[in-house]
Write a protein that binds this ligand. Structure first.
Ligand SMILES: Nc1ncnc2c1ncn2[C@@H]1O[C@H](COP(=O)(O)OP(=O)(O)O)[C@@H](O)[C@H]1O
Ligand SMILES: O=C(O)C1=C[C@@H](OP(=O)(O)O)[C@@H](O)[C@H](O)C1
Ligand SMILES: [Mg+2]
Length: 178
């Protein structure tokens, strides 16, 4: 089994929100590796970061992504930093990957009120978000099949466009075939 679409992007891009809506629109299941990691650890991501450290979280995340990529046939959302792992990027080569992009101002606005993202919990979330984008944009683009800007679009609009884009891709003939 293989996901219909894997959703990547920075925190606040809408991976969970759009992923859930896209799965509902397509009538398939939704899975989020952040939830898988929390279920496996038996505690929230913030506790994993503070009690065990980021390295432990990243190892658990890479394992959760590898498992979900072979188990899940619906829409799969990854955590924002999953693409930092080279092994994960290598696994994504074979998949349809939707990169939801969001700029620094809108990303900080969307995540600002949540304490659930330990990486953005510092004193200057704008600077942290900017660094995160500088480091990760090339990596999101490396794995992306489709890039979708989300700053100025509501989730319903993004979901409708993705349903159309994925349908069009499913209907295309692979290169070299008749
Ligand atoms: N296109 C959008 N426009 C406005 N708000 C959005 C949009 N996409 C997501 N959000 C909001 O931003 C917050 C973070 O969304 P979420 O789906 O958790 O992002 P991610 O999983 O990428 O970190 C949520 O409050 C969500 O409702
Ligand atoms: O960007 C990151 O490194 C992270 C993003 C989070 O997921 P979302 O992108 O769904 O917020 C979560 O995996 C963890 O807090 C680390
Ligand atoms: Mg999420």
């Amino acid at each position: 089994m293989s996901p219909i679409a894997v959703v990547v992007g920075p925190p606040g891009a809408g991976k969970t929100t759009i992923g859930e809506g896209l799965a509902a629109a397509l009538g398939v299941g939704f899975r989020d590796t952040d939830a898988d990691v929390e279920a496996a650890a038996g505690k929230p991501i913030t506790d994993i970061f503070t009690q065990d450290g980021e390295a432990v979280f990243r190892a658990a995340e890479a394992a959760a992504v590898a498992t979900a990529l072979v188990e899940h046939g619906g829409v799969l959302a990854l955590g924002g930093g999953a693409i930092l792992a080279e092994a994960t990027r290598a696994l994504l080569v074979e998949h349809t990957v939707v990169f939801l992009n969001v700029g620094m101002a809108e990303g900080v606005r969307r995540t600002g009120l949540s304490a659930a993202r330990p990486l953005l919990a510092g004193v200057n979330p704008r600077a942290t978000f900017k660094l995160l984008l500088d480091q990760r944009l090339p990596l999101y683009r490396e794995v992306a099949t489709i890039e979708v800007p989300t700053d100025a679009a509501v989730p319903e609009e993004i979901i409708a466009n993705l349903v159309a884009a994925l349908g069009a891709r499913a209907g295309t003939t692979p290169e070299g075939e008749q």
